[in-house]
Design a protein around this ligand. Structure first.
Ligand code: DGI
Ligand code: FE
Ligand code: FE
Length: 190
């Protein structure tokens, strides 16, 4: 599937803003893939599909979670957490994408997880730093992305948890697992 074919698939499923965000995430992810020695093709494919399921009706996403091999505890948490896992299922069912690395990067793009692959981190970071985003502290993360992918993913994870705590939101276990694992990779045991 080439870039243009994927674009024609995703565009009708997204708002104009989300579609433009998606193109910027893909461009950012391809840049990170070049910098950190990952497949540009996989980075582009995963990024173009990362928010594919974002606007599915909640009852459809709920049904997909219930009827596929996805953790049922997702249903106990905010529905914002559903579109990554659901998207990873839909791209296989609808377009035959079976590449586990690509599916994983889509699956975990919102939360991260323990033992993130390079591709997981690239999509996770690109979604956060793409040039259309702007919020306090983002410049520091963008600068780090030019130097060290693990440290950058750690900053994204830390900032996401701080942001969620400031809103009194509940935090999904994978979100904590990502933070703990990245912290361990940087600090050793602490
Ligand atoms: O889909 P995007 O808006 O491009 O970005 P995203 O998929 O990274 O994140 C969607 C939202 O999910 C974002 O506002 C942060 C939030 N989020 C991430 N981890 C958690 C979470 N929300 C809750 N409630 N719990 C989490 O663990
Ligand atoms: Fe998303
Ligand atoms: Fe996104």
């Amino acid at each position: 599937m080439n870039r243009q074919e994927v674009i024609e698939i995703i565009e009708p499923h997204l708002t104009k803003e989300r579609f433009e965000h998606t193109l910027r995430v893909a461009e950012t992810a391809v840049g990170l893939a070049k910098m950190y020695g990952e497949s540009k093709e996989k980075a582009e494919l995963a990024s173009l599909f990362h928010d594919y399921a974002k606007y599915r009706p909640l009852d459809e996403m709920e049904r997909i979670i219930k009827t596929n091999y996805l953790p049922k505890d997702l249903l106990q948490y905010h529905h914002e957490l559903w579109h990554g896992p659901v998207g990873s299922i839909l791209i296989e069912q609808e377009y035959g994408i079976v590449d586990e690395e690509v599916k994983s990067a889509i699956y975990y793009h919102t939360t991260g997880r323990s033992n993130m692959t390079k591709l997981d981190m690239i999509v996770f970071v690109a979604d956060y730093i793409e040039p259309g985003r702007s919020f306090p502290g983002l410049e520091e993360v963008r600068e780090k992305a030019q130097e060290d992918l693990v440290q950058t993913a750690w900053m994204v994870s830390r900032n996401t948890i701080s942001f969620l705590m400031s809103k009194h939101s509940r935090i999904y276990p994978d979100t904590f697992h990502a933070y703990n694992d990245l912290t361990k990779q940087l600090n050793g045991g602490n």
